[in-house]
Write a protein that binds this ligand. Structure first.
Ligand code: PGA
Length: 275
């Protein structure tokens, strides 16, 4: 296979799409998927070589999850954040068991908007990751530098700090990397929602650094198996050149995932990269 870890296309809806828009999205997705996806996509989606994930806002989770049951192709639903504790006095938070009741198995953790606007730190991100991984979730962990950090030549240093901050105790993380429940997303903060995509060379360089870090800390198998997605102004127009890079295993997509036709175009690009 061209891409040994397959391709994962994840749509992060952020604070968009309440119930009626969520229903509208799935209506169109079902109606258009056959025409929009290449012939080989169905087999790739069924085998799991191509994976589709939608990450709606909390109030749309249950509806989105229900809609996937009749979707013409397998589609997973994830939450945009969750607490590491199972219950307790944490106003405004959602726990793993609450998501399990909705049959939701994926959680996005450490998105730069959580870090920038809601005060999340390497340490809070670590606690969420540890709690949710121990409860059996698939966790997508986001890392990435700001524009100022890149301009100061600190990109690798920041990535290293964010990764070491989460995997402070390598022995705890190794098993999770090996069973494939951890996905990393490299999202340079300066590229998110700005229309400024990292060039494939810039993205691949950061992905290589992350993969090497995984190798150094968890060994060859864990490093080789862990998908690393790129995020930051990914569109159907620029995804092909990103997926052509050896260490880019998919996209974490905000704006371009909100419309079903654009989400389908991203999946079609994933199928193309695999054939
Ligand atoms: P964007 O968002 O695709 O709109 O830049 C990506 C993200 O924040 O995950």
């Amino acid at each position: 296979m061209k891409k040994p870890r397959g391709v994962l296309i994840a749509g992060n809806w952020k604070m968009n799409h309440g119930l009626s828009e969520t229903n509208g999205f799935f209506d169109i997705l079902s109606a258009q998927s056959k025409a929009a996806l290449p012939k080989n996509a169905e087999g790739l989606l069924k085998s799991g070589a191509l994976r589709a994930l939608v990450i709606p806002t909390a109030t749309s989770l249950q509806t989105a999850r229900n809609r996937t049951e009749k979707n013409p192709f397998p589609l997973a639903i994830g939450a945009q954040n969750a607490h590491g504790e199972k219950s307790g006095a944490f106003t405004g938070e959602i726990s793993g068991p609450m998501l399990q009741e909705l049959n939701i198995r994926w959680v996005l953790i450490g998105h730069s908007e959580r870090r920038q606007f809601f005060g999340e730190t390497d340490s809070s991100v670590r606690k969420r990751c540890e709690g949710l991984l121990s409860q059996g979730f698939h966790v997508m962990l986001c890392v990435g530098e700001t524009r100022a950090e890149r301009e100061r030549g600190e990109t690798f240093k920041i990535l290293e700090r964010q990764l070491s901050g989460v995997f402070a105790e390598p022995e705890k993380g190794a098993a999770t990397f090996l069973d494939g429940r951890l996905v990393l997303a490299y999202e340079p903060v300066w590229a998110i929602g700005t229309g400024l995509t990292a060039t494939p060379e810039q993205a691949e360089e950061a992905h290589q650094m992350i993969r090497k870090w995984l190798w150094d800390h968890f060994g060859m198998d864990a490093s080789g198996r862990t998908p690393i997605l790129y995020g930051g102004s990914v569109t159907p127009q620029n995804i092909d050149s990103l997926l052509a890079c050896a260490n880019i295993d998919g996209g974490l997509v905000g704006g371009a995932s909100l419309k079903p036709d654009s989400f389908l175009a991203l999946l079609a690009a994933g199928a193309k990269a695999l054939s």
